[in-house]
Design a protein. Structure first.
Length: 158
C-alpha cells in the first residue's frame, strides 16, 4: 500500500440550502466544522486504513461567509504522520451563485489518532510528500505540532 499524500486526498461538495443557514443568512459555522471534521477523518482513514478519532482542530478562522445556493467544496489530505497521530490539512471554498471563481472560506488543521480494535493507540506509517507544496505542508506540520505540545506544556496540560 502506498502512503503518499496524494493517496489521502479527499474532496466533498455540498449544496447550501436554507436549512443550513444561521439567523444572518450564512452557513452555520457548526455545520461547516462538522463537514470539515468528516472530510478530514476520511482522509486520515485512507492513510491508516482503520479507526481514527479527532484530537484537535487548529487555526479554524472563517474568512468568507457561505450563502444560500452556494456550492461548498472541502478538500483534505494528510500533511504529516507521527508515531500515533497525524495532521490533516483541510481547505473549504465556496462558489456563490453566479460567481466564476471559488472563494477561500477557511483552512483548518486537524489532528487525528489511529486506534486499534480495542481502542488503543496504533502505530501510523509515515506519509510521503511528493510535490513542493506537499513538502512545505509536511515541514509546517512539524512546526504546528511542536507549537501545540509546547503550549500544552506551558499551560500545564502536557
Amino acid at each position: 500500500m502506498e502512503h503518499t499524500v496524494a493517496s489521502t486526498l479527499t474532496e466533498s461538495s455540498e449544496f447550501i440550502l436554507p436549512g443550513d443557514l444561521n439567523s444572518l443568512g450564512y452557513l452555520f459555522g457548526g455545520k461547516l466544522v462538522s463537514w470539515i471534521d468528516k472530510v478530514g477523518a476520511i482522509s486520515a482513514i485512507k492513510h491508516v486504513r482503520g479507526i481514527v478519532v479527532t484530537v484537535s482542530i487548529d487555526n479554524l478562522i472563517f474568512k468568507k461567509p457561505v450563502t444560500n445556493g452556494s456550492v461548498l467544496t472541502i478538500r483534505a489530505s494528510v500533511n504529516r504522520a507521527f508515531a500515533h497521530s497525524m495532521e490533516v490539512g483541510v481547505v473549504a471554498k465556496t462558489l456563490p451563485p453566479g460567481s466564476e471563481e471559488p472563494l477561500h472560506v477557511c483552512t483548518a488543521y486537524l489532528t487525528f489518532v489511529a486506534l486499534d480494535e480495542k481502542g488503543k493507540k496504533k502505530d501510523i506509517p509515515p506519509v510521503i510528500p511528493e510535490t513542493e507544496a506537499e513538502k512545505r505542508r509536511y515541514e509546517e506540520a512539524l512546526i504546528r505540532r511542536n507549537h501545540r505540545l509546547s503550549l500544552a506544556e506551558k499551560l500545564g496540560k502536557g
